[in-house]
Design a protein around this ligand. Structure first.
Ligand SMILES: [Zn+2]
Length: 115
């Protein structure tokens, strides 16, 4: 279903790597170091990257934004690896059949509430 949405928006041809493959890649590259650092230290790196993304969204070039989105996703993925969460499964469970708030594929929740 998410693939279908991506196709509808013309994104499919740009998706070079899927979430499961990305999580495996990050696990292979970093798991040993991530486990040694632990969740707390790794979470701090994620927060630092979120701050850098905020800066890129405000003042950065498109390339800056691309890089910071990749970094935030990488650090988020790293934490999922440390605690044993399969991101594909998590995303599929929560968003795979629509908005968790209203249940629709195109969210109909009020703008004032968090879905
Ligand atoms: Zn909704």
């Amino acid at each position: 279903m998410l693939d279908r949405l991506a196709e509808d928006r013309g994104l499919a041809e740009h998706s070079g790597i899927g979430l499961a493959d990305f999580q495996r890649l990050i696990r292979d590259m970093y798991l040993e170091k991530d486990v040694a650092r632990g969740v707390d230290g790794t979470f701090m790196w994620l927060m630092e990257e979120v701050g850098e993304l905020a800066g890129a969204l405000r003042h950065g070039s498109f390339e800056d934004k691309m890089g910071e989105f990749a970094d935030v996703l990488a650090w988020l993925t790293t934490i999922a690896n440390v605690v044993g969460v399969d991101l594909s499964e998590a995303v599929s469970r929560k968003y795979g059949s629509g908005c968790p708030g209203c249940g629709h594929l195109v969210c109909t929740c009020s703008l004032t509430e968090k879905p």
